[in-house]
Design a protein around this ligand. Structure first.
Ligand code: ATP
Ligand code: MG
Length: 388
């Protein structure tokens, strides 16, 4: 049977005149997501995008991957039939045979956007409902809460039969809002923050600060693994790895211990801003959540963001850990995030960090550091790679 995947756009539909360019970005992202699964054709009609497998394409995998592409509100794997009632009825009985055999209740839903089709929607529902009851006598109709929702869409270029539609990832297409740089640690929060902003249309680049030999090669691999997990939603991610050992050691040596974390954070932010500016990123994203730890009190956030020009986006700022973990599980980064690893911040964590640092105090604590030289050296040793 000939199959197609129907993608229904959600928020994109509200975009008025820009809609077509949003859809084009979404289609480009779908193509990227389907790489390696075979050939697919794309066409748009009536607020639906049609993804047609050509030849031996893997449709099951394709549906799975498309369910993570932002900008799609819902998707259906459907069979394509001639616009003829008998053909539709036969296709429904065959195409959904497994589902119908294993269910107790069903309902038919019909949408006729081609008004030239001889039967109207209620007629299609009544006829097809009767036909399926004959073919599957164990079934009962349940209009309130059917186990199987047999859906028939009669459109301009054909009729489509499918079961219940699957929820899409929602949001707007990655790339439709520009690009931002995510400060990506190996923890739970920052991958969630990155994916949340990809959902708002930002292309994500990432910066990770690491301090070998205090942090291991494994910790770095873990961060690359997190990028790969995120890429299933965000598309390919350019990861910039910033050597942070010299800076961390200088801070440990030259600054009062209680300020170590906050000063490290300030360096990370400043360096990230420089990376962002030279890589076309219009903002920074962090996984900070108010009050979670000493370095994330309002006073600490004031100090870490002081002196920055770019906006700092903190999508998980108002979420509690349980809520963040729920998203981490959904996007499948949680298991990897909780694997033990050393972060450059945890290695140099003070025993009694300042929870309410004042900016003047912090600046005073930094006086012995050669800020320019340290940041320039770190920036000149950045390595960048693209993670798929
Ligand atoms: P996460 O789970 O994202 O690590 P966290 O709750 O452990 O967050 P912190 O370790 O205080 O919080 O880090 C706060 C934010 O600072 C992180 O969400 C991340 O955006 C950034 N950050 C921390 N460490 C690094 C690092 N080594 N490289 C890049 N960014 C980092
Ligand atoms: Mg962390």
């Amino acid at each position: 049977m000939k199959e197609v995947i129907l993608l229904k756009s959600g928020e994109i539909a509200l975009k008025g005149l820009n809609r077509s360019s949003f859809e084009d970005i979404m289609i480009k992202n779908c193509r990227q997501a389907l790489r390696g699964l075979g050939e697919f054709g794309f066409s748009k009609a009536q607020s639906t995008t049609f993804v047609t497998p050509v030849g031996e394409a893997d449709v099951t995998q394709a549906v799975e991957r498309l369910s993570r592409v932002f900008g799609i509100a819902a998707l259906s794997r459907a069979c394509v039939v001639e616009k003829d009632y008998n053909a539709i009825a036969q296709a429904a009985a065959q195409y959904l045979a497994d589902q119908l055999q294993n269910a107790r209740t069903f309902k038919v839903m019909a949408k006729r956007s081609d008004k030239k089709f001889a039967m109207n929607s209620p007629q299609i529902c009544a006829e097809l409902g009767g036909y399926l009851l004959e073919r599957y006598p164990h079934l009962k109709v349940d209009v309130e809460n059917p186990e199987v929702l047999v859906t028939v869409e009669v459109r301009d270029f054909g009729a489509y039969v499918h079961g219940r539609q699957l929820p899409g990832a929602g949001g707007i297409p990655v790339g439709s809002s520009g690009r931002a740089l995510l400060l990506l640690s190996g923890g739970i929060d920052s991958p969630v923050a990155g994916v949340m902003m990809a959902k708002r249309g930002l292309t994500i680049s990432a910066a990770h600060f690491y301090s070998p030999p205090y942090t291991s090669e494994r910790a770095l691999l873990k961060v690359k693994g997190l990028c790969a997990k995120m890429a299933r939603y965000c598309g390919p991610i350019t990861l910039h790895t910033v050597p942070f050992t010299e800076i961390s050691e200088a801070i440990a040596r030259e600054c009062p211990e209680a300020f170590a974390t906050i000063i490290m954070r300030r360096f990370m932010m400043q360096i990230s801003e420089r990376i962002a500016q030279s890589n076309d990123c219009s903002g920074l994203i962090t996984g900070e959540s108010v009050g979670q730890v000493a370095s994330q009190t309002m006073a600490s956030l004031t100090c870490t963001q002081a002196g920055l020009i770019l906006p700092v986006i903190r999508p998980v700022v108002g979420m509690d850990k349980e809520e963040i973990i729920r998203v981490a599980r959904k996007i499948d980064t949680f298991e990897l995030s909780v694997q033990p690893y050393e972060d450059c911040c945890t290695v140099f964590t003070p025993k009694r960090p300042k929870t309410r640092p004042r900016l003047e105090e912090v600046i005073r604590a930094e006086v012995n550091l050669d800020y320019q030289a340290l940041t320039s050296r770190a920036i000149s040793d950045i390595t960048s790679e693209r993670v798929y």
